[in-house]
Design a protein around this ligand. Structure first.
Ligand SMILES: *Cc1c(COP(=O)(O)O)cnc(C)c1O
Length: 226
């Protein structure tokens, strides 16, 4: 029996048409939105299928899992772009800088400092987002919204980090739109161009509210293994 949820090619077509529709609604160009395929805890077969279908931009939330998966095959896909979308511990900073092309989760001074010094050490500049705890939730990482603009300035001026924008994960089981709008406003205040927001359940809203990077996992690959 055909398992349609795992039909990556069909999912990809569906997601693309939804992205295009959301773009059309607000007169945005599809080219200004990066679709990040979130491959965390997915079956290697499904990931291979997505690579075969031409997907090159992936998101992972754990440094070790990402290393195990991508390090062995990275050289076969020179145009691969790996995004770290999960929170970062300082003892993983060296591995993170060496594997990833973009980090979405700079959220405190200690991490800003160590990522900055790793970039110098490895002579590798990688674009970063600052993660904002947009709903001020105790269990979530991210800098509090009221400190986000100053923190962005400090990351750029004190640590010379290439900060390109803000990232958020809005509270679950709520309309995400007000949080997306808030993140957009904060980015404008900080003079930042990029917004990493929107997942399987809400990427169209995120696009309508200015997302430049959407992070889509289960809608593309199907359910994750736990
Ligand atoms: C897992 C994850 C996603 C993808 O979630 P889906 O609902 O499967 O699309 C996006 N962003 C972050 C930070 C994640 O950890």
């Amino acid at each position: 029996m055909q398992d349609t949820k795992h039909n990556i090619a069909a999912n990809q077509i569906d997601i693309e048409s939804r992205i295009q529709k959301a773009c059309d609604q607000v007169s945005r160009n599809r080219k200004n939105i990066e679709l990040i395929a979130v491959s965390k805890r997915q079956d290697p077969e499904r990931i291979q299928k997505s690579l075969d279908n031409g997907i090159r931009c992936f998101g992972e939330n754990q440094v070790q899992e990402a290393l195990a998966r991508w390090q062995p095959i990275k050289t076969f896909y020179p145009d691969l772009c790996l995004h770290l979308i999960g929170s970062l511990q300082s003892n993983k900073a060296a591995d993170a800088v060496s594997l990833f092309d973009v980090i979405h989760t700079i959220d405190r001074e200690k991490i800003a400092k160590i990522i900055s010094s790793e970039m110098k050490k490895q002579n590798k500049q990688i674009n970063c987002f600052i993660q904002v705890n947009i709903g001020c939730e105790i269990q979530k990482s991210g800098i509090e919204p009221q400190f986000a603009v100053d923190f962005a300035k400090s990351c750029i001026n004190d640590y010379a980090l290439p900060i390109i924008g803000f990232m958020c994960i809005p509270p679950a089981n709520e309309d995400a739109s007000p949080y997306f709008a808030y993140l957009n406003k904060l980015a404008a205040m900080a003079g930042l161009q990029s917004l990493s927001m929107g997942m399987s359940a809400d990427f169209e809203d995120a696009i309508r509210l200015g997302a430049t990077h959407i992070r889509v996992g289960s809608a593309l690959f199907g359910d994750r293994t736990s």
